[in-house]
Structure formats: structure tokens, C-alpha cells
Design a protein around this ligand. Structure first.
Ligand code: G6P
Length: 608
């Protein structure tokens, strides 16, 4: 979702702004813009890609020492040059990520005072509001503070003013923003990847913080104006981690990084390490003590990880589990139980609905909270009592892959830790699970070797308009994840069903034009699934079956079988999702869609 870069330096910052925006492209956007001060205020906007904005800047030979830049993912108003940021009021320019909920009221008040709006955005109201505050105070920093105090909703903003060319102001509440402390200047951006080009020294702003950036210094204040110090972190993010390298797309790179991502995430139990609550933080044993149920809150792919975890935790730790879509939970009247372990899962740690659902659960008195997250300094991680940081590395492709499998690895550890605490895990079982977990990266590597066969399947798929995914038990959420991947990046309409539900509706859709993908592990449900597959075949449906090594499902006309290298017991869902990721990826390649930046979608959904 929208990305922000702000820079003030001794050198020309235009290349820094543009490179920062390129690094933020993965978040999802539909237009881009920048404003710089070099004597006067210059604004460039494009209702297209960052490359087009860069071409505009090149054509103008734009050069400046201070500027703000933005990638916009449309919320208020269509994607267009007119709605692209920065928005201007007098000589003042603003970029914004988030949603201002009271912007209509602010706009009406400002219009009454004569301000003219040229866009449909909520951001323009911020620009005019700051401008109006400058009538009462000559100080830009103070004007921004007064204005942000009137905003309801989420924002990360960057501001500069023609009349005040030696500083840029940034502020955040609810949307991510961090400062970069460079040798030759000061910077701010929505994430670290955008700033690695100039510095590794980063300062994470807290909700309500405002910062003034000058070439050689910065200061931060709270919403009430009180000065505050924030720690400077040295980012360990490697520049390679956000480069494509030999791969064609980030999604492909990230699919193939899964063995390493899993190995990193499971490092805690590598060698002789056993299962321990400590994996989830120093206070975990205390927080887990007396837990009687588990509530998982998440969105999108992370929600599917929670659904798999439900099967594991109920079967092994014998605790009842509820898994809820965060955007539903936050507005539903539910029955809170303080003995619930609330687990929020989020790759980014910034998803607005997940964060709000977590806060809602806490407001209901549920304080035993755990975040499973891929970004250590994210908003969600800072809100929970416990945390498990998956070590997938930066995930750039909008369609989540390695974040999902590492979330599953985290849930496997959680399941075993809860089972152990509850006296439900014998030493022999613990050892058996540990062996399987340690072998998981190798098992995933073997599945990746199936790519050439999956590629052939994808060729047939790409011409279809619909697809049905079937699974049973813990592989039903894997079917859901497969369907989500296919629709996200190839735009083929796909639905997932628990195979037992087939006759209760979706069977009516099955004919020769409806490919049916079955996730078919060699488990106790295999025979039942086979009957479901017969039902599909009898209606002329073409079957694509991902079977395990031992599954005896014969290949025949209209029944295509791909055998997975090995059956993997409890962890089988981790393996079975891999071919579905590859299938979607290759179907998208055949269709020629924008794999890493699918239309209308954003990587990090920081608005409701
Ligand atoms: C967006 C992304 C999905 C992701 C979901 C939840 O929709 O495109 O890939 O699964 O947000 O994101 P989170 O960062 O909370 O896991």
C-alpha cells in the first residue's frame, strides 16, 4: 500500500527519492509522484509506474537537496494524476499513507474558509489543514503538529514548504514510518528497504511521533510537543535480500528461498535444541500457563496459516482453537475469555485489520497475546506480550509464499510447546516431531524439483476461466491457499472447498471446462477423497491431483497425478502448498500478468 520517501541532504536527492520508490513498489500502487524544493516547489506526478515518474524527472533534469515522494494505492478517488500525491496547498506539499476518517468534516470546514480542493483525496485536506495552521503560527513543525492532532484515522506523512526550505517534517500514527540517519543527510520512508541505499541507521517512529529532518540533524516530539529520544537501530537487512538476483520475479525467488527461510526460522531447534516455550519470548511459560483455548486472528494468507494450525493444536495440544478473519472479529460481538491465548499472524506486522483486531481482543481483557510476524519492529509485534519472528527475510512479491510456510513452521513449534506444557507430548513424540522439523527444509527442496512437471500443467490451466480446489482436513486450508494464489496473480477465478462439501453445491459447476485440483496426501482421509474425485470424474471434470508418494491413485484419461517425493505426516501441509504456489506462478507467466504486482492488490494493507 502507499509508500513514502522523504530526503534532505547535501547531495542531489532526486535519485534517492526515485530509488526509494522503486524499493517500495512491491507494497502495491497505481500512481506515483514527488515534490522537491530548489528555489521553488516543483511537483511531478504520474498515473503509472515509478519508471514513468523517473522519465519525467530525467526530462526536467530535476535536481534538489530536499524532497518528498510517494507511491499511491487508491482509496479516496480513482487512480489518476490529479489524485496522485504530493498534494499542495500554497507553497506546501504533503505525501500521505493511511486513511483520514474525518476528512469530510475537515474538508467542509476548510472549504468554508475558502480553500479549493482539486482532488478527491483525503490527503489534500491534510495539506490545506497544515496551511491553515500556518496562519496562526509561523512555525511549520508546530503547524504540522496542530494539524495532525485534529486527524482521526491512520497516517504517515511527509511535508515540505517553499517558505521553509531547510527542513522536512514527517509524522505517523497507525501507518509505518521510520527515519534514516545518513552521513550526508536525513531520510524517512515507509520501510527500511527504501533507505538501504543511503544508510543502515534507522529510527522507528512511534504512534503520534513527529520528526523534523535537517541535513545534519533530526528531532522527534510527541503529539503534545514534548521532545522524545528514540533508539537508533542498525538494520541487518541485506541489500541482496531485496534484489532479484538471478530470478525473473520476486515471487519465484521467494518460492525458491523457502528451504533457507524454513531453516532460518527453525534454527532454534537445530542441533540439540528441544521444544520450549522460550521460543516465544522470556515470559512465554508464564503467559501460556492456564491457557484454555486459542484464538487466531489474521487476514489473507496468514489467515490460512491459522486454519492449518487449528488442526494441529486441537489434535496435538488438545486445546480448542478458533480462527477468525481479523476484519470480522474486530466488529463482531464475541464472548471474551481471559484464559485465551490470542495469536495474531501477519507477515508485515502492519495490516490495519489485524492490528485493530488485536487491540480489540486486548480491550476485551484478553492480555495473553502472541504475534507470529516476519517484521521485528512492526506495529503488531510492539503490541503483544509474546512474539515469534519468522525469519523468512523480506517478502516483496504481493502473493505471500515463504512467509506462509515459515508461519506454519512457527505454528508447529507453538503446537508442540503447548502440548508439552499440557503434558500431552511424550519424549518420544517430541523427538519424532523434532526430527521431522529439522528435515523440513530438505523435504521442501525436493518438492521444488517438481517444477518442470508443474510448469506443463500450468500451460493447460492458463486458458481456463475457473478452477476448483479440493482438500480435506489440514489440507483444506492448503486448497484455500492454492485458490487464493491462483486468483491473486493469474486472475483465474478459483474456489476452494472441503472435498466432502462437493455434493452440496460446487459439483453443479463441474464440467470439462472446470479443472479440479485435489490436494491429496496419503492420510486417513485419502479413501474419502478418492470417492470425491470419482464424483468429479463422473461429471467429465478434469482432475489434477497432488498425491503423496504412497497414494495409489492411478493416472487415467482426465486424471493427472503428480506424486510428492515423500509423505510428511503432520507437516504435510507445508509441503503440499509448494506445488500450488508454483502452479499459480507458472499459470500467471503463461498469461503474462504482472506477477509481483497484481492489479488492485497491495502487499501491506495498512488501511481498513
Ligand atoms: C495482503 C497481501 C497478502 C497477505 C495479507 C495479510 O492482502 O497481499 O499476501 O496475506 O495482506 O498480510 P499480513 O502482512 O498481515 O500477513
Amino acid at each position: 500500500m502507499c509508500g513514502i520517501v522523504t530526503a534532505i541532504a547535501t547531495n542531489n536527492i532526486v535519485p534517492v527519492l526515485l530509488e526509494g520508490l522503486r524499493k517500495l513498489e512491491y507494497r502495491g500502487y497505481d500512481s506515483a509522484g514527488l515534490a522537491v524544493l530548489s528555489g521553488e516547489l516543483t511537483r511531478l506526478r504520474s498515473a503509472g509506474r515509478v519508471a514513468e515518474l523517473a522519465a519525467l524527472a530525467d526530462a526536467r533534469q530535476l535536481s534538489a537537496n530536499i524532497g518528498i515522494a510517494h507511491t499511491r494505492w487508491a482509496t479516496h478517488g480513482v487512480p489518476s494524476e490529479r489524485n496522485a500525491h504530493p498534494h499542495i496547498s500554497g507553497g506546501l506539499a504533503v505525501v500521505h499513507n493511511g486513511i483520514i476518517e474525518n476528512f469530510e468534516a475537515i474538508k467542509t470546514g476548510l472549504q468554508a474558509r475558502g480553500y479549493v480542493f482539486t482532488s478527491e483525496t483525503d490527503t489534500e485536506a491534510i495539506a490545506h489543514l497544515i496551511h491553515s495552521k500556518l496562519q496562526g503560527t509561523p512555525d511549520l513543525f508546530e503547524a504540522v503538529r496542530l494539524a495532525t492532532n485534529e486527524l482521526v484515522g491512520a497516517y504517515a506523512i511527509g511535508v515540505l514548504a517553499e517558505a521553509d526550505p531547510f527542513r522536512a517534517i514527517v509524522a505517523r500514527r497507525g501507518s509505518p514510518l521510520l527515519l534514516g540517519v545518513g552521513e550526508d543527510g536525513m531520510y524517512a520512508a515507509s520501510d527500511t528497504a527504501a533507505l538501504l541505499q543511503v544508510t543502515r541507521k534507522v529510527v522507528y517512529l512511534e504512534d503520534g511521533d513527529l520528526a523534523e529532518l535537517r541535513r545534519d540533524s533530526y528531532r522527534i516530539v510527541l503529539a503534545d510537543g514534548t521532545p522524545v529520544e528514540r533508539e537508533v537501530h542498525l538494520s541487518s537487512l541485506s541489500a541482496d535480500a531485496v534484489e532479484l538476483g538471478k530470478f525473473r520475479h520476486y515471487m519465484q525467488k521467494e518460492i525458491f528461498e523457502q528451504p533457507q527461510a524454513l531453516a532460518n526460522t527453525l534454527e532454534l531447534i537445530a542441533g540439540g535444541g528441544g521444544i520450549s516455550p522460550q521460543h516465544f519470548g522470556a515470559r512465554a511459560a508464564e503467559v501460556f500457563e492456564g491457557v484454555r483455548r486459542v484464538l487466531v486472528l489474521a487476514c489473507g494468507t496468514s489467515y490460512h496459516a491459522g486454519l492449518v494450525a487449528r488442526y494441529w493444536i486441537e489434535a496435538i495440544a488438545k486445546l480448542p482453537v478458533t480462527v477468525e478473519i481479523a476484519s470480522e472479529y474486530r466488529y463482531r460481538e464475541s464472548v471474551p475469555d481471559p484464559d485465551t491465548l490470542v495469536v495474531v499472524i501477519s507477515q508485515s506486522g502492519e495490516t490495519a485489520d489485524t492490528l485493530a483486531a488485536l487491540k480489540h481482543a486486548k480491550s476485551l481483557g484478553m492480555e495473553r497475546t502472541l504475534a507470529i510476524c516476519n517484521v521485528p519492529e512492526s506495529a503488531i509485534v510492539r503490541e503483544t506480550a509474546l512474539r515469534f519472528i519468522t525469519r523468512a527475510g523480506p517478502e516483496i512479491g504481493v502473493a505471500s509464499t515463504k512467509a506462509f510456510t515459515t508461519q506454519l513452521a512457527a505454528f508447529a513449534l507453538l503446537t508442540l510447546a503447548l502440548a508439552k506444557l499440557n503434558g500431552r507430548l511424550s519424549a518420544a513424540d517430541e523427538e519424532r516431531h523434532l526430527v521431522a522439523l529439522r528435515h523440513l527444509p530438505v523435504a521442501v527442496q525436493k518438492v521444488l524439483e517438481l517444477e518442470p512437471e508443474i510448469e506443463k500443467w500450468a500451460q493447460r490451466f492458463a486458458s481456463k476461466e475457473h478452477a476448483l480446489f479440493l482438500g480435506r482436513g489440514s489440507h483444506w486450508p492448503i486448497a484455500m491457499e492454492g485458490a487464493l494464489k491462483l486468483k491473486e496473480i493469474s486472475y483465474i477465478h478459483a474456489e476452494a472447498y472441503a472435498a466432502g462439501e462437493l455434493k452440496h453445491g460446487p459439483l453443479a459447476l463441474v464440467d470439462k471446462d472446470m479443472p479440479v485440483i485435489a490436494v491429496s496426501p496419503h492420510d486417513q482421509l485419502l479413501e474419502k477423497l478418492k470417492s470425491n474425485l470419482q464424483e468429479v470424474r463422473a461429471r467429465g471434470g478434469e482432475l489434477y491431483v497432488f498425491a503423496d508418494a504412497g497414494s495409489e491413485i492411478p493416472e487415467s484419461e482426465g486424471v493427472h497425478i503428480l506424486h510428492m517425493p515423500e509423505h510428511y505426516g503432520m507437516l504435510s501441509p507445508v509441503l503440499h502448498v509448494i506445488p500450488l504456489q508454483l502452479l499459480s506462478y507458472h499459470a500467471a507467466l503463461v498469461k503474462g500478468t504482472d506477477v509481483d504486482k497484481p492489479r488492485n492488490l497491495a502487499k501491506s494493507v495498512t488501511v481498513e
